[in-house]
Ligand binder design. Sequence first.
Ligand code: NAP
Length: 258
Amino acid sequence: MVSLQLDGRTVVVTGAGQGQGAAEARMLVEAGARVIATDLAADMPAGLAVVSSTSPGALVYRQLNVSDASGWSDLAQWIRSQGWQVDGLVNNAGITQRSRLLDASVADLQNVYEVNVAGVLLGIQTLAPLMASSSAIVNVGSVAGLTAHYPEAYTASKWALRGLSQVAAMELGPRGIRVNSVHPGFIETPMTASAKAEFRQATMAETPLGRTGSVEEVAGVVLFLLSPLSSFVTGAEIPVDGGQSGHGGAKSVSDAMR
Ligand code: NAP
């Protein structure tokens, strides 16, 4: 059957308190999933409270710092205590860090890696044992991991995440667990709200679709990658960037030749 429905499936989303993670959690509930939304806050963030009680799925909120191994163990233990297995994991939590090559410190690199890389590794290591065949993991990278971008620590972390994703796809494939990554371009979220106007303009100039993206446009691809419609897709890296990473720098040349 052709269906994006996730009825009866349990999906963990990290960094789900706002931005893309909240949109992913909301859309997965709409698709019928039981979503375990997690974030740093102790209480359920307001953006998640708007999930309608008439949605086909359900949402529960748990506090989780993805860098904290014991927090992941507690989450796994709690899921087991509910009698659930995990069918999907969206490693969405991430932080940005905008220092440039000659200014980036080792501490900058470590701070970003702790969340953007180690946080994903811990999630996979902790929850894969709770996953049966036909489960799926989606890691949220960035166009920064497909290009030189410009901030050193963030860019390096998103390239590292691609390596982690590919190893995980290879290692977990025999167990029927798929691992894919999505690579958003400029998406309107609280993270990008603090970006400089120059960055926004320059990014749009490099984006063939000529605009920024919405959180729902990322969530839709995440939903597809968790659904049975993508059952033979693993190890894929899908840009959700309006074409920003696809032209390899040719856009300014093309624009100049019009
Ligand atoms: P966002 O608006 O900043 O939301 C990220 C969420 O993750 C926040 O709720 C944040 O909590 C939470 N978080 C931060 N550190 C965490 C940790 N250690 N453990 C658990 N949760 C943590 O970001 P976003 O724009 O939605 O980005 C989501 C993902 O997409 C990130 O991986 C980001 O790198 C990636 N991305 C975003 C864009 C974009 O244009 N927005 C582009 C490419 C890639 P607090 O608010 O409490 O810190």
